[in-house]
Write a protein of this length. Structure first.
Length: 188
């Protein structure tokens, strides 16, 4: 599974280029039209050709980046995928109740986080040491709240609530409780 940081960097670059291309069209058109009230340079064929190019570029970016989203293959084939391990986690009174003090996961295992709320709507997010998020989901009482994930890199992660659940929700952090082990690391 591709790391979400890699996906975010690639999409940031692609969409920044796309927005700059759109802004160039608007700026070029506005400059030519407002310069003399009307433009002999901006011909309809040229203008619409640029618009069609931008539409094709935008659709292409969406098609190319669709398959880089790390969780899409798992979500699309969820019925056929069996979790290697399931962690049943409950949340109540602004506290995560974990099945163990530390949740240890083997590299490449497909892990199901099954989270149940007993009282309020909470969030369930897994975070790296640099505070960037690996994934998150909303945890609604009385509903199925689970997420299936496969880890490809070793690491230690924290669990945090990602939803506002009142002033006490600020302290809903379980530091360094998820550890991924057994991944081969290269000597590079």
């Amino acid at each position: 599974m591709i790391d979400s940081n890699t996906v975010l960097t690639g999409q940031t670059l692609a969409y920044t280029f796309y927005v700059l291309a759109i802004m160039s069209l608007m700026g070029w058109f506005a400059f030519k039209v407002t310069r003399e009230g009307k433009s002999n340079v901006v011909k309809p064929a040229l203008f619409y050709s640029w618009v069609i190019f931008l539409i094709a570029l935008g659709v292409s970016i969406h098609i190319v980046t669709y398959n880089t989203i790390p969780w899409s293959p798992i979500d699309l084939n969820r019925r056929e995928i069996k979790a290697d391990r399931v962690f049943d986690i409950t949340v109540s009174d602004h506290k995560f109740h974990l099945p163990a003090e530390k949740l240890t996961i083997q590299c490449h295992e497909k892990v199901m986080f099954n989270v149940t709320s007993a009282d309020l709507t909470y969030g369930f997010g897994l975070f790296r040491h640099d505070n960037s998020m690996v994934f998150q989901m909303q945890v609604v009482p009385g509903h199925l709240n689970d997420i299936l994930w496969q880890f490809d890199k070793p690491g230690v992660y924290s669990i945090r609530s990602t939803e506002y659940s009142g002033p006490k929700g600020v302290d809903m952090i379980e530091k360094d409780v998820v550890e991924v082990v057994g991944c081969e690391t290269s000597a590079n």
